[in-house]
Structures are given as C-alpha cells and as structure tokens.
Ligand binder design. Structure first.
Ligand code: URA
Length: 442
C-alpha cells in the first residue's frame, strides 16, 4: 500500500507553489518525481506541473534536485568493478552527427572507459543506435549485467536505454512531447543528465550544438542550456565540460545509417572528413583531460592521433562489434554493410564554390528516403541515405557529382534529386571558414 504523503506534498499544493513562482524544496521535487515513477500523480497533475515549470522556470539548485531525483527513479549502474576512469559524451544531435561512433573506440583505446547509452533517431537527427544496428548482428539491447561485464572486459559499451534507467524521464518526456513543454531548459537539462548520470560515469563531456541543423538554433539559447547542464552536473558531483559547436552545415560527407558507419571506419583509419576528425579530436581531448589520463590538451590530442595511427582505435571498434554480436569483418570490408539497391548522383549545375549546404534540407532528404523516422514507432532502412556530399567551401565544376543518393528504388532516388540539389548554394568566391567549436564551458 502506498503511504499517504504529508499534505504539503500533495500534488495540488506542489503545483500551486510552482505556479505562484516559489522555489521548490528537494522534498517537493522528490514528491513530483515519485509521482511520475509510481503513478501516484495523475497525468493531468504531472502535466500541470510541467507547464508550471515551463512558465516559471527552475533555478540551478532546483534543477539539480530534479536531476538527482530523476536519476534515482531507477537503477544506477554500478561500474565500481571497472578500474579505469569512466567518461561519456552526450550530443544534443545534428545532421550527420556520427561522432559517438569514432569517439568511443578512440577514447577507449587511450585507456579511458566509455559507458555510452544512446538513443534512436527522431525527426531530422539520426540516432547512434540505428547507425550501430546497421552493422549485421549488432545488438544494442544488452541487460544491465551484460553491460557491466562488457565494461569490465572491453572498457566500452554502446547500448540503448533500458527500462530500469531513469524511468521518471520516460514518463515525463512522453507528457512533455504532447503538452508543448519540451523546450524548457531545466526540464531538458534534468532529462538528459538523469539518464547520463545513471550510466555509472565519473565525468561527462557535452556537445551542445547551435545553428540551422540543431535542436536549439540560437547560439545564446544553446549556450544557456550548456551552462545549465555543466552547473547542474557539477552540483551533483560529476565534473562536466561542454563544447558549444556549430551545426549550420552537415557534419561529414555521409547522412544515414550504414553510410555513417562506413564514414566512421574512414575516421578510425585517419582519413575521415576534416570536420568529423577535428570535432572527434576536440571532444576526445576533453574526455582524456577529465579522465585525468592527460593534463595537457596537446598531449591528449597526440595520444588520440596515435590511437588512430597505430590501428588501436579501429581494433577497439572491431572488439566492440564482436562483443555485441556484430560482424567485426565490416571493419576491413564495409561492403558487408547493408547496400542500397538504387543510386543517383546529384550533379553541380555550375562551376564555382559551394557557399552553403543547408543541413535541414539534407536531413529531410535522408528522412524521406527512409533513413530516419517521423514517429517513434516507425522503422528505418539502414541502407539508404546520402554520401559523397560536397561541403561548404569546396570548389566544384559544372556536371561534377556533389552528392550521391542511396535509395530503395530508382524512383525514390530520382524524386530526391531536385530537393537535395536545393540544399546547395553556389558562388564565385569561397565563403570565410567558420569555427567548429565556438566555446568550451567548464
Ligand atoms: N533529449 C532528451 O533526452 N531530453 C530532452 O528533454 C531533450 C532532448
């Protein structure tokens, strides 16, 4: 039988306090999260509370209490048997953002444990789990026990969210989605961090993106989110740094699932696109510094580059694939990844420089081809997408291929040609380069 809370913790009382702009106590926030987890608050009460938080906000102490309560709403992975420092990375997501895939093995090959629990793609952003599942046999649904054992044995695991981790977030996120309360910094912060902190990490690196292909387009809002997440994570005892990064153009030359794994393999051989390589190194540097295996960014970068040059990072990726039931031969033979039946080249209509590649137009093309999902329950086609994408600043000649469409049939490939072409702008001069990393917040 559920015990009756004191009247000060009744849902209507806690909701009214937030509605009237008060700062909630840890006990009040705990009552709300318990209510979401055990069903003792009705959906209409949870929704009213979410809207009150949306309108009135939460300060850093309240957000930390919310994060902590949500993290404790389920199991917290016990990785105490893993001796190495444990650091993860979280990205707010972007177009062509496959950085987790090269980053995790690279960092793990440098002697840092990487417990990485990721999500699936929704809307214009792809998901790490979908990309990994394009590797034949790869299993992302490990149990908590399998996850712990793999962390001990391999030092890295790339898995999906389990039911036991932060169940309050699952409930609250589903209500936020239908009550117009997603775009709220304290709620986003608690949602992301509660799941990450339940993984059993010691510290965390955040890649918070801004720009046309990002979840938060405005740099000032993305910065606000990054600042809030770093402050809250530090308050709950997990040293965290955030990179504020530019998502005004697609990352790399591939957008899809199998195509992004193929690009990952190029990165792990040191010949990936310059932007993907650079951002992976920048995130990796912060992970090695937080882990304490290096104290100097230049030495950290050199160590990451050595892990690539020596083949250790690629070997670690093969080890992860094998440990999770996948076919490790894809590392030497990307032809074993799912191949799309139809291909179509997009040709440049003029000679000159590419002055822009609009990320949303590229993402929507990939989505229409079947590489992503519009609703959470949709399936995806791992083989389709876009590769050989020319990047902003490149010089091209009229008639030269600037992208390749990979589709399930010739009709859908042809249908996408015009809309993908509309993503490109051309000019007579190369645009000024933009910094990928705008700022590092500690
Ligand atoms: N991703 C999450 O996990 N939660 C949010 O609230 C927003 C993005």
């Amino acid at each position: 039988m559920q015990s009756v809370p004191p009247s000060s913790l009744f849902p209507q009382h806690v909701i009214a306090r937030k509605r009237d702009g008060h700062t909630l106590t840890t006990a009040e926030i705990g009552a709300f999260v318990r209510g979401a987890t055990d069903g003792s608050w009705a959906d209409y009460q949870l929704s009213a509370m979410l809207m009150a938080v949306f309108l009135r906000g939460m300060d850093s102490a309240e957000t930390a209490a919310l994060t902590d309560a949500m993290m404790r709403s389920g199991v917290i992975a016990d990785l105490s048997s893993v001796a190495l420092p444990k650091v993860d990375k979280h990205s707010t997501g972007g177009v062509g953002d496959k950085l987790s895939l090269p980053l995790a093995p690279m960092v793990a090959a440098c002697g840092v444990a990487v417990p990485m629990i990721s999500g699936r793609g929704l809307g214009h952003t792809g998901g790490t789990l979908d990309k990994l599942e394009s590797i034949p046999g790869f299993r992302v649904g490990l149990s908590m026990e399998e996850y712990r054992r793999q962390m001990e044995r391999v030092g890295v695991a790339l898995i999906g969210q389990t039911r036991e981790l932060a169940p309050a977030d699952k409930k609250l996120y589903s209500l936020r989605d239908v009550t117009a309360t997603v775009e709220c910094i304290p709620l986003i912060c608690a949602s992301i961090l509660s799941k990450k902190l339940a993984e059993g990490i010691d510290s965390l690196v955040l890649d918070v993106k801004f720009g046309r292909g990002a979840f938060m387009r405005e740099k000032a809002r993305a910065r606000e989110l990054a600042r809030a997440m770093v402050d809250v994570a530090v308050r709950v005892g997990k040293p965290t740094r955030a990179l504020l990064t530019n998502m005004d153009r697609p990352l790399g030359r591939a957008v899809g699932n199998a195509v992004e794994v193929a690009e990952t393999l190029e990165c792990l051989q040191g010949r990936g696109p310059a932007d993907v390589m650079e951002l992976t190194y920048q995130l990796g540097i912060q992970m090695l510094l937080l882990a304490g295996v290096e104290t100097d960014p230049i030495a950290a970068r050199a160590r990451l580059e050595r892990s690539v040059g020596s083949g250790a990072a690629l070997a670690k990726f093969a080890q992860i694939i094998e440990a999770q039931g996948g076919d490790p031969r894809v590392v030497d033979d990307p032809g074993l990844l799912p191949q799309a039946p139809a291909q179509e080249l997009v040709l440049s209509p003029e000679s000159g420089y590419i002055t822009d590649v609009e990320p949303m137009a590229v993402a929507l093309s990939a989505l229409r081809l079947g590489a992503g999902r519009i609703r959470a329950e949709d399936g995806i086609d791992p083989s389709v997408g876009i590769d050989r994408l020319c990047q902003t600043g490149e010089r091209v000649e009229r008639g030269q291929p600037i992208a390749r469409i990979l589709a399930k049939d010739t009709d859908s490939a042809r249908r996408e040609r015009e809309s993908l072409l509309s993503a490109f702008s051309f000019g007579t001069a190369a645009p000024a380069p933009v910094a990928l990393v705008d700022e590092v917040l500690c």
